[in-house]
Design a protein around this ligand. Structure first.
Ligand code: AMP
Ligand code: ZN
Length: 113
């Protein structure tokens, strides 16, 4: 299985990494949709949120905490930001390794497209 986000997580593919620990990596999205567009991923390969198991629950919490940290570092925590995860085709999921999109730095519209 060749997964681009597994390759980034293990340092085998290039990315602008902002944060890394034993469980997670955060890096700049290659096609940013907002002034801040960061992807937060687990190092563990999980195709999407539907594939989560009970044992992954603390890991998901950790991803949110990493996203909060990046939002604060980028100076958008107080202004506001959005965390999005796309699941399967109608949501537009293109990379089948779980990721949170951290989007901000501009007014985010609702409903989303
Ligand atoms: P999704 O459509 O939710 O699966 O999001 C996948 C995201 O990954 C898109 O926003 C892409 O721009 C981004 N992406 C794909 N390949 C890379 C890469 N090599 N480095 C950084 N971001 C990537
Ligand atoms: Zn993967």
């Amino acid at each position: 299985m060749d997964c681009i986000f597994c390759r980034i997580a293990s340092g085998r593919a290039e990315a602008k990494v902002l944060y890394e620990d034993e469980l997670a990596v955060a890096f700049e999205d290659i096609r940013p949709q907002a002034p801040v567009h960061v992807l937060v991923i687990p190092k563990k390969h999980i195709p999407n949120n539907l594939a989560l198991t009970e044992e992954d629950a603390p890991l998901v919490g950790h991803l949110f905490l990493v996203a909060n940290r990046i939002a604060k570092e980028k100076g958008i925590a107080e202004r506001g930001f959005r965390l999005v995860t796309n699941c399967n085709s109608e949501a537009g999921q293109t990379v089948f390794h779980l990721h949170l999109h951290l989007l901000g730095g501009r007014l985010m519209h609702w409903p989303p497209g």
